[in-house]
Design a protein around this ligand. Structure first.
Ligand SMILES: [Zn+2]
Ligand SMILES: [Zn+2]
Length: 395
């Protein structure tokens, strides 16, 4: 039928085609714009990066420089008034539904100049992609109508709405609002879902804010990042080169001395160290306390894990009060909480010298071992075994 276009697809084939087309766009955003251009986590073969540039021009009208600059500024100014799209300062609804407008508003000459460095400035960028920024999506409209017929108009409209809604709205909105956190990084980022398929792995936004320069966004064995799968495939074909991944914890059972390597290893892995502290020290005690508590107190402990581990900058006034009540109720929890704060303070003191940090850490570990709290002393003993990867070791 002529109104079915050249491909003459049935309705379910059209749906599959839409999912495929929008998926390619999402992959272009996460692999090319986000991980490659904004964070330099991987290198791409010029043919691959050009394909992505072309595809983004055809399906979104976005340019590498603009996207990169606004995104880098988001990391630099996260959750402050200067963050181009924070639900913490602007409200979730604004970020969810007006993502595209926020991008346009954030595109000031100063932002582009300061944060847009190292993005394409070649002939085709200046004379085609930037000069005729809407031409690509106009061509896409014609192609969609030719291929799909009348329904092509809808196919095109969905393509145009996909990125403003999913990338700008869902990730920037929900990814700083709801979901779970593996790591207590200083901003409000969350992992929306453990399986990053629909938005190409960007669902794992808390992992990303914790390790922004990592090419891989999944961290736990049960998390899946489809963007990383494509990067692996491109690497196997020699079309991509991964430059950075999250740090890994190395331990040596024979190691007992707290030296420079131990300190560096602990600091490099500080987010994982804190996550372990939460799981191995605070959590078991909470379980026990909760089991023994009467009805009235059970309520108090319900949100305790979150309160005891949450980054201070993110605790609301109301939560602060609950936390104070909680600590007053249980002396052992209070000790564990204070030990957590002390440990964190060791690497947050910017001006400390290496020797001071080694000394402070030595002191912390020693006191924790002597605390008489089994979980805490085991955790501290374990820290002594931390070391750098073999290639970086000094001792
Ligand atoms: Zn973010
Ligand atoms: Zn990022």
């Amino acid at each position: 039928m002529w109104y079915n276009g050249l491909l003459d697809l049935s309705w379910w084939q059209v749906i599959l085609a839409v999912l495929l087309l929008t998926h390619i766009t999402i992959v272009s955003v996460t692999v090319y714009l986000h991980r490659h251009s904004a964070h330099r986590a991987l290198d791409l073969h010029p043919a691959v990066s050009h394909f992505f540039r072309f595809w983004l021009w055809m399906t979104t009208g976005m340019q590498t420089r603009d996207w990169t600059a606004i995104h880098r500024k988001h990391h630099a100014k996260c959750e402050t008034e200067e963050d181009p799209h924070s639900p913490v300062t602007r409200g979730l609804n604004t970020v969810m539904w007006q993502g595209a407008e926020l991008y346009r508003a954030g595109k000031t000459p100063e932002t582009l100049e300061k944060y847009g460095k190292g993005t394409p400035e070649d002939w085709i960028e200046k004379n085609l992609y930037r000069r005729y920024e809407l031409l690509g999506i106009a061509i896409m409209f014609v192609i969609d109508v030719l291929l799909f017929g009348a329904i092509g108009i809808t196919v095109w409209a969905i393509q145009m709405l996909w990125i403003p809604f999913f990338a700008a709205g869902v990730i920037n909105g929900l990814g700083h609002h709801s979901g779970y956190r593996n790591y207590e990084c200083p901003d409000a980022s969350t992992n929306i879902l453990p399986w990053g398929i629909l938005i190409g792995g960007e669902e794992l936004h808390n992992n990303h804010h914790t390790y922004p320069s990592s090419a891989k966004l999944s961290n736990k064995w049960w998390e899946f990042d489809i963007g990383w799968m494509y990067i692996r495939l491109l690497s196997l074909m020699g079309l991509a080169q991964v430059k950075r991944l999250p740090p890994t914890i190395y331990t040596l059972d024979s190691k007992q001395d707290i030296d420079r390597d131990t300190v560096m290893a602990i600091i490099n892995n500080r987010f994982q160290v804190m996550a372990r502290y939460s799981d191995q020290v605070i959590h078991p005690l909470l379980q026990q306390v909760r089991g023994e508590a009467d009805k009235q107190h059970k309520r108090l402990y319900r949100k305790a894990k979150r309160l005891l581990n949450r980054n201070n900058a993110l605790i609301t006034q109301k939560e602060e009060q609950s936390l104070a009540n909680l600590l007053e109720e249980n002396a052992m929890l209070k000790t564990l909480y204070e030990k957590r704060m002390e440990l964190q303070a060791i690497w947050q003191r910017r001006a400390s010298t290496n020797d001071e940090i080694i000394h402070a850490l030595h002191d912390w570990i020693h006191k924790a071992e002597e605390s008489g709290i089994q979980m805490l002393s085991e955790f501290a003993q374990n820290l002594r075994h931390y070391t750098l990867p073999p290639t970086h070791r000094t001792a």
